[in-house]
Ligand binder design. Sequence first.
Ligand SMILES: Nc1ncnc2c1ncn2[C@@H]1O[C@H](COP(=O)(O)OP(=O)(O)OP(=O)(O)O)[C@@H](O)[C@H]1O
Length: 314
Amino acid sequence: MKKTKVCVIINPVSGTESKKNIPDEVAAAFDQKEFDLIFRLTGYPNHATEIAREAMENAFDSVLTAGGDGTVNEVAKALVNSDTTLGIIPFGSGNGLARELGVPLDSEKAIEIILKGHTRTIDYGVANEHIFFCTCGVGFDAFISGKFAEEKNRGPLGYFRNILEGAVDFKSEEYEITYDDGELKERAFIITCGNASQYGNEAYIAPGADMEDGKMNVSILKPLNALEIPQTTLQLFTKNIDKNSKMTTLLTSNLTIKRSHAGVMHVDGEPIETGKDIHVKVIPRGLNVFAPPKPANKQKENETVFSALTRWFS
Ligand SMILES: Nc1ncnc2c1ncn2[C@@H]1O[C@H](COP(=O)(O)OP(=O)(O)OP(=O)(O)O)[C@@H](O)[C@H]1O
C-alpha cells in the first residue's frame, strides 16, 4: 500500500514555547506503516515557503507546520490551489488561523485533529500580490506589526508593550476606499480586511467574517479619543466591535485603498512596505486545511466580559 507523505516544518523561533519535542510527538502519533514523515527546520524568513513548495512538487499529501501565523502564512501560500493539505500545530504568539478554525492550541490535541483527517477548504486573500489567510490592513495594526517585528519578547506582553508605546507615536491617515458596492473617503485609525474574524489572540476585529463565503469583512474604525479606547478594547475581545459607533463594516470581494503616500501594511500580522494604492481581493476556496468540522451555526455568539476572560486564562 502507498504510504501517505507528510512533511513537518518547524520554525524554531516562533512563539515562546520550545519545539524540541515536536518530532518525537509527531513520530509517536503517526503510524509509520501508513505515513512517510520528514521533518525540516526553518533557518531564515521565507524558508518555510521554499520547503513547502518543494514538498508540493514532490507530491507530499500534507505539510504540517509547527509555528505561528507568519510560518503558517509562509507554508499555506505555497499550497494554495493544490491538492496538498495544510496541518497546523500552533506554536505562535497569536495563532489566528488555528484559533479561527477551532484547532486546539495544545500540540497533542492539534495532532489528533490532523490524524482524524477532516479538512475544510477556505478562502484566501491577496493584497498587492501578498497572500493572506486571516487579516491584512493599514493603520494602527500595521504600525504595531512593524514595531512587534523588532520585539525580542514574542509573547502577549511584547504585544501589549508595543501597543501602549505605539499609541503615543501613531497618526491616523485619510483613505479613499472603493469596494464592490461603492466608495467612501474616511480618516481611519484602522482599516482591516478580515477573511478570518480575528487577528489572533482572540482579538475579533471583524466578528462577522466567514472563511468560506467568498468575501472579506472590511472593518474601518475612525480615530478614537482616549475615553473611547477602553470600551473599544473590550468590544474587540468580546466579538462586539462591529457595534462601535466609530466602526463601518463592508462586505466585499474586492477593495482598493488609496492613501497619500507609500508605507506599511500588514499581512497576517507581518509588516510589508507597499505603495500608495492597495488592491485586495478574495480567492474563494483555495486552501485545504485539517480542522474540526465547522460548527453548524457559525453565527457569531456575542460574549460577555466574563466568558472572554475565561477563554484568555484557560
Ligand atoms: N530560523 C529562523 N530565524 C529567524 N527567523 C525565522 C526563522 N525561521 C522562520 N523565521 C521567521 O520567524 C517569523 C516569526 O514566526 P511566526 O510568525 O510563525 O511566529 P510568531 O510571530 O511568534 O507567531 P504569530 O504570527 O502567531 O504571532 C516569521 O516571519 C518567519 O519568517
